[in-house]
Design a protein. Structure first.
Lengths: 225, 468
């Protein structure tokens, strides 16, 4: 079956500004010694704690592709020995959310359901406490602001994985839509709609951030050829 | 990472330490080293080669660009961008020793890098008599949870030397960083300057002696922020608390890349057979590092897999307890020719590096730990690492992803067997471990954290209403 002809890329309407974000970890006031305490703390803690342990932790562990998803899931397994709960929490995809409150509610729902169904698990002491942290974030420019697709590919190769994370994962919280900065630029400023869609479908949980970088580059190169 | 833990990593000696170093730490002072006592471990038939008996000349500190090939140009660019807004501002670091220990080792590297970024960092060392350092050593142990009877005399000595140092020091910089409890009282000078004051605590405060902590806490709460090495080491405080992981320098003698010939030379010197699996623990001969437990785990594992065990440490020549622990290790090892026990001088960074790189598996089976820098070193070398799930180690080892955590001799033995017989899994966690260090525990990340904190504190200061 012949594929539909690709829409030609046009000269971008605007440059793509590669930025990056750096963060400083702040130790929070909340701590949980068991699942019930985790549930309470998740309800009370500031939004930036939830952001840290879901979105931001992916950046800190960007090199792992064998099952790291978020800190709550990891702690449920490693310190509480609750694989079922861990699997459910790990199944929460940060890219399904455009606001941190959404992910907080989903996590709380999962933990509450689990503790209700397994009351003994709620009060069983964890091997290690869960310490809530948050980040103070500083946004930084990079030297890359390409106004061609070729220049974009060059910038993509050279920026740090933190920049990829910033544009590809955290962007949806800024954009308040189910997309990312790369796809938005490719679609709105370049006209590469199919490539924009393909990039949005890259699985961040089975790829490292370096893998994501490679896939984005490959998708755009194919769209251009 | 407390001072004791840092010694276990064989901190290199420095030629760039600030003036007026106290020199009170005999254990890391090469001049005080007695090589005759380390000449041989005759019971295990290993003589130390003459090349390790005198300290080598330290190489010059690296420049920022030297790190680009390791962490990537983008990371170096980010440091330059971060520093740009701080250009012309400066910071002062104050600690209690210029020579020996991980804090001095870290400052020796950090200070020149910050200055290269045009954010000059000045480094001062407090002075005090033996009575002061006896008190602060007791405080150190008490903050780690040891029993201690705090007396008014001890408080008076602490306050007297604090006052002497305050009279001597001037704080003209925009940020002042005080390391550890010994100089914590210098914050009493903060009223004289517009600087932001930060307390960098390198020790575990999770279970302190109540009276000592109650005495020190009012000083701590006069700072603008405190920094800890692990979430679990922090206290509830009225000031913001940040997490700075201790870091290693990938260009130091202990961590730089080595040629195969360099590794082979060290193995030949110590009689280690590289054609057979090597399991290594690098740490002081200290019960909290459980070297006897490591020998027991090796024996259990050896029933099923062939391997050699290398225990490389120090601290036995000048520490009666270390000598006793070394004897216990020898007794447990018996006559097994595959157990190689090396009591090394503290300047053997290159040898430790080579031993770690030659190893098939690295173990750090600590029973209590601050932040195990030897774990970071092992991970950086891409080695599958087995470590006790204590202190700050769970920050470094994410179980089954960047290494494996154990809680017992039996667990350690099982993991040795498993990793030796599942090389693909061992390779994967080793590779993940190296990336984990690259992201979180290298000197460049440490520089970035200081710059970020400096910027954030400057921004906070700018938001404060100006005094009339």
């Amino acid at each position: 079956m012949a594929s539909a002809p690709k829409a030609p890329a046009r000269k971008p309407d605007a440059p793509f500004y590669f930025n990056t974000s750096e963060h400083l970890l702040r130790i929070g006031r909340y701590k949980a010694n068991n699942l019930s305490e985790l549930l309470q703390a998740m309800q009370a803690c500031p939004e930036d704690c939830i952001f840290q342990h879901t979105f931001r932790t992916l950046q800190e562990h960007h090199f792992i592709r064998q099952g790291f998803s978020n800190d709550f899931a990891h702690w449920s397994l490693s310190s509480c020995n609750e694989p079922e709960l861990a699997e459910r929490l790990a199944g929460v995809d940060v890219r399904d959310f455009t606001a941190v409150e959404g992910i907080r509610h989903r996590m709380i729902e999962i933990i509450r359901d689990f503790v209700t169904a397994h009351p003994d698990s709620g009060s069983r002491p964890a091997h290690e406490p869960f310490y809530f942290c948050a980040s103070d974030i500083v946004l930084l420019p990079t030297p890359y602001a390409p106004d061609t697709v070729r220049g974009f590919l060059d910038g993509l190769q050279h920026v740090s994985v933190h920049s990829i994370h910033h544009h590809f994962i955290e962007a949806r919280l800024r954009l308040k839509r189910m997309s990312n900065d790369f796809s938005v630029w490719l679609e709105e400023d370049v006209g590469l709609n199919e490539a924009a869609n393909d990039i949005e479908r890259i699985d961040i949980y089975t790829n490292t951030m370096e893998g994501v970088r490679l896939k984005i580059g490959r998708i755009i190169s194919q769209a251009m050829s | 990472m407390d001072a004791e833990d840092q010694r276990a990593t064989f901190a290199g000696t420095s030629s760039t330490s600030p003036a007026s170093g106290s020199g009170h730490d005999r254990r890391t002072n090469p001049a005080a080293y007695v090589p005759e006592r380390r000449l041989a471990d005759r019971r295990n038939g290993r003589n130390l080669p003459a090349s390790v008996l005198t300290p080598p000349t330290p190489p010059p500190p690296p420049h920022l660009d030297d790190y680009a090939s390791i962490v990537g140009r983008a990371q170096i660019d980010a440091l330059r961008f971060l520093a740009h807004e701080l250009r012309g501002k400066s910071m002062r670091m104050v600690n209690s020793t210029a020579l020996g220990g991980g804090v001095a080792e870290m400052l020796n590297r950090l200070v020149p890098l910050l200055s290269e970024l045009e954010v000059p960092a000045h480094w001062d060392v407090i002075t005090g008599g033996n009575d002061f350092f006896e008190v602060t050593k007791a405080f150190h142990n008490a903050l780690h949870g040891s029993a201690y009877e705090l007396t008014q005399a001890a408080k008076d000595i602490f306050l007297m030397y604090t006052e002497q140092n305050r009279q001597r020091m001037h704080f003209d910089e925009e940020m002042v960083v005080i390391h550890d409890p010994q100089p914590v009282g210098l914050v009493l000078s903060r009223g004289k300057t517009p600087a932001s004051w930060v307390w960098r605590c390198h020790i575990d405060l999770s279970n302190p002696d109540r009276k000592v902590w109650d005495f020190l806490r009012p000083f701590v709460e006069r700072y603008d922020a405190a920094i800890f090495s692990s979430q679990s080491f922090a206290r509830q405080l009225s000031i913001p608390q940040y997490l700075f992981y201790p870091c290693i320098d990938p260009l130091s003698e202990k961590n730089r890349e080595l040629s195969d010939a360099e590794i082979q030379q060290v193995c030949d010197d110590f009689g280690i057979d590289r054609s057979r699996p090597i399991v290594t623990q690098v740490s002081r001969f200290d019960r909290l590092k459980d070297p006897v437990g490591v020998v027991k785990a090796y024996k259990l594992a050896k029933k099923y897999v062939d391997c050699q065990l290398v225990l490389a440490g120090g601290g036995a020549s000048d520490d009666p307890e270390g000598a006793a622990v070394l004897q216990e290790v020898r007794d447990e090892a018996g006559e097994d020719p595959d157990i190689i026990i090396l009591d090394l001088p503290p300047w053997c960074a290159l040898q430790v590096n080579a031993l770690q790189r030659a190893s098939t598996i690295i173990v750090q089976k600590s029973l209590k730990e601050g932040f195990g820098l030897t774990v970071t070193e092992a991970l950086w070398k891409g080695k599958p690492t087995i470590a006790g799930a204590v202190g700050g180690i769970p920050n470094q080892i994410i179980h089954k992803l960047t290494g494996v955590l154990v809680h017992s001799v039996e667990g350690c033995a099982f993991q040795i067997r498993y990793l030796l017989t599942h090389p693909e899994f061992a390779r994967t966690i080793g590779a993940n471990g190296r990336e984990h260090v690259k992201e979180n525990f290298l000197m460049t990340t440490n520089v970035k954290r200081w710059l970020l904190l400096f910027r954030l504190l400057e921004q906070a200061k700018a938001r404060l209403p100006k005094a009339a």
